[in-house]
Write a protein that binds this ligand. Structure first.
Ligand code: NAD
Length: 305
């Protein structure tokens, strides 16, 4: 078997075009485009490059953008005050705070302060809790990108075995919840998992989000499995590869994502899709995401169990 190599760039272009249309509908209804603010504290070069990439795609789809560049010495109180001001700003529908923050600033403070309704990175405890409870939620974009690939390729998930390598708060854990919502049987492996291939060989869908070159080789993959490679590893001589040994795995899998050109190109687009979702929920007054206490309709929550 030679695997279908999934074209993340083509899929990204498709979703971008849909997003552009959606922004158009929003402007027709609301009279102005949704607004996205990226907060960048200090001079982390990678975050700066990443911010610019998001801003460029946002402008292409018609989302209004603003970069709030703060000096590295910004105090916790100043950052918190800015976030509170953005929470209350009717011109701002989505907020991203770029990580890593300078050491004296706490990621937890940021996650606790951003209004869940505007938390388009899905980092706040309320967003994570909503996802955990199968309530409407803004989603971490990389995990959402993996789901978008699976959905667009019509990969069956109900009753299938999904194995995730990596349990981070931004990829592995939220993805496990999203796959559970699609009725897959989900296994999450991590740095303490022994005999990784015992699990990976069971997978109909195998997702790796670890960051280790050649972690997944052909002998670990069930014939016909769909393999999604989230990992990004910089090579010493330049260039990037994923976690999957593509040359061997493509002989066994039915479909797989390359690196670069797989999950990566979808991540920023899914982030902006979250911004659009946030804008619609706010426009329709559905700010339930922030309501206190969370009202849970247990009948709705249990229908997936
Ligand atoms: P992380 O470092 O927070 O998490 C890595 C996870 O891998 C941990 O949960 C750890 O337990 C697990 N792990 C480590 N060794 C393992 C092993 N031998 N077997 C199984 N699991 C093991 O990283 P992250 O932020 O989740 O990112 C994971 C990878 O995905 C990185 O390479 C990162 O660069 C990449 N990434 C890509 C995108 C994208 O847009 N494509 C976005 C985010 C992250």
């Amino acid at each position: 078997m030679t695997a279908q190599i999934i074209d993340g760039r083509a899929m990204g272009a498709e979703i971008k075009a849909e997003l552009h249309d959606d922004v158009g509908h929003y402007i027709e209804e609301q009279g102005k485009a949704p607004g996205l603010v990226i907060v960048l504290v200090g001079g982390d070069t990678a975050s700066g490059v990443y911010s610019k990439a998001i801003l460029r795609v946002a402008e292409e789809v018609g989302i209004r953008t603003r970069l709030e560049q703060l000096p590295a010495r910004t105090s916790s109180e100043e950052l918190r005050a800015l976030l509170l001001q953005l929470n209350n700003d009717d011109d701002t529908q989505g907020i991203i705070v770029q990580m890593p923050l300078p050491a004296h600033l706490s990621q937890k403070m940021v996650a606790d302060t951003i209004a869940a309704a505007k938390d388009i990175d899905g980092i706040s405890p309320r967003s994570a809790g909503n996802l955990f409870l199968s309530l409407p939620s803004l989603l971490p974009s990389t995990a959402a990108a993996v789901m978008a690939i699976l959905e667009r390729l019509h990969i069956p998930l109900a009753g299938k075995r999904a194995v995730i390598l990596g349990r981070s708060n931004v990829v592995g854990k939220p993805l496990a919840m999203m796959l559970l919502q699609k009725n897959a049987t989900v296994t999450v492996c991590h740095s303490h998992t022994t005999n990784l291939s015992d699990y990976t060989q069971q997978a109909d869908v195998l997702v790796t989000a670890v960051g280790r070159v050649n972690l997944v080789t052909a002998d670990m993959v069930r014939p016909g499995a769909v393999v999604i490679d989230v990992g990004i590893n910089a090579l010493p001589g330049g260039g990037i590869v994923g976690d999957v040994d593509i040359a061997s795995v493509e002989q066994v899998a039915s479909a797989l994502t390359p690196t670069p050109g797989g999950v990566g190109p979808l991540t920023n687009i899914m982030l902006l899709k979250q911004c659009m979702q946030a804008a619609w929920w706010q426009a329709k007054g559905e700010n339930e995401l922030d309501s206190q206490p969370v009202r849970i309709n247990l009948r709705n929550v249990h229908h997936h169990l």
